[in-house]
Design a protein around this ligand. Structure first.
Ligand SMILES: [Zn+2]
Length: 340
């Protein structure tokens, strides 16, 4: 899970920079100074359907973004990037990599036709325990219940009363609720989510996994049509909360499952949650010892020839066309660092 809305904090700055044509200028200058690769993180693609699916880019905006990237950048694969960095080969001055996290169905139904149409490569990081099982992500369970319940509040032990999100700002209020759950240890979190389900007047439909997550057939079809796949663990835990043995199992199992299904070697990895506290040198060692050649974080940084292949930064796609250009120009990571 991730939060595109952080970009909202930069709304006014984006407007001023855009007005002064500074985004385009910055991007052009940077690309002439040194190699910069913008790795972009997507989650959901699609038009407003289910309010509780956060981090969603409209299908038409996604197509616009892809067209813009194709005109201004060379869109490359992780294979090309890792080769260039390890062998110190040159890359185009402005390059981009498209990634999707978690393995949502809409990546297949909405994004894949556009990627195929423009012949754009992309990598999807799969949480294998959620593909063709009855499991849905914990945040989707909470979101589904809270957006469908008729109850005004549900009391959850020390978390206090949890109320459905306010209609005016569903995504913001859901994010605040998810933040509360993120702070509690894994076992306790699952216990409280089960309590929420029990106490609510709503049943999560059995087929919801099928609606939300892609199938192995979808994955095989995309694999044959220019889309790469990487591992994103089996159950999406924050790896630093686990013992090293458990972390290794999550990493190695997800790699093995995808390899078996696609009959090819998987070499890219994506850390669940992906911020600085969510991985460490022991986890990186597990990746290196088990045949991975690179891994991506959710830390908003441009990739350069000096980047560490196991700590590749990625940029959010913003929320509209203007904020997209701001994010991928590299200005977002610069301002984010400056302003904390
Ligand atoms: Zn994820």
């Amino acid at each position: 899970m991730y939060d595109y809305n952080v970009i909202n904090n930069f709304d006014e700055i984006i407007n001023i920079l855009n007005h002064l044509k500074l985004i385009a200028t910055y991007s052009l200058i940077q690309s002439n100074v040194r190699l910069q690769v913008a790795i972009i993180i997507y989650h959901h693609i699609g038009n407003k359907k289910d309010d509780y699916l956060l981090n969603r880019i409209n299908t038409s905006d996604f197509e616009k973004q892809m067209r813009y990237l194709q005109e201004t950048h060379e869109i490359i694969t992780f294979e090309k990037l890792t080769q260039a960095i390890t062998e110190k080969k040159s890359l185009p001055k402005r390059a981009a990599i498209i990634t999707f996290d978690d393995g949502y169905k809409d990546n297949y139904t909405e994004a894949f036709p556009i990627l195929k149409k423009y012949k754009i490569p992309a990598t999807i990081f799969l949480t294998t325990g959620h593909i063709e099982t009855n499991e849905i992500f914990w945040w989707n369970k909470i979101g589904y219940i809270l957006c469908n319940t008729k109850l005004k509040k549900i009391e959850l032990e020390d978390l206090g009363d949890i109320s459905p999100p306010s209609i005016e700002n569903i995504s913001y209020s859901l994010r605040m609720i998810y933040q509360k759950f993120k702070k509690i240890p894994e076992d306790k979190k699952n216990k409280l989510i089960n309590l929420l389900i029990q106490k609510s007047d709503i049943k999560i439909p059995k087929g919801l996994n099928k609606d939300l997550m892609m199938s192995w057939d979808n994955i095989r079809e995309m694999n044959e049509n220019g889309i790469d796949f990487g591992a994103h663990t089996v159950t999406h835990p924050i790896l630093t909360n686990l013992s090293l043995d458990q972390a290794k199992l999550e990493i190695v199992e997800s790699k093995k499952i995808i390899e078996k299904r696609l009959n090819k070697t998987i070499t890219t990895f994506c850390y669940p949650n992906g911020f600085a506290n969510d991985y460490n040198s022991d986890i990186i060692k597990i990746l290196k010892d088990n045949g991975f050649i690179c891994s991506v974080t959710a830390i908003p940084k441009m990739v350069t020839m000096k980047s560490d292949l196991f700590e590749l930064g990625r940029l959010p796609p913003g929320y509209d066309y203007k904020s997209f250009k701001f994010c991928i120009s590299g200005l977002y990571s610069v301002l984010n660092k400056m302003l904390g």
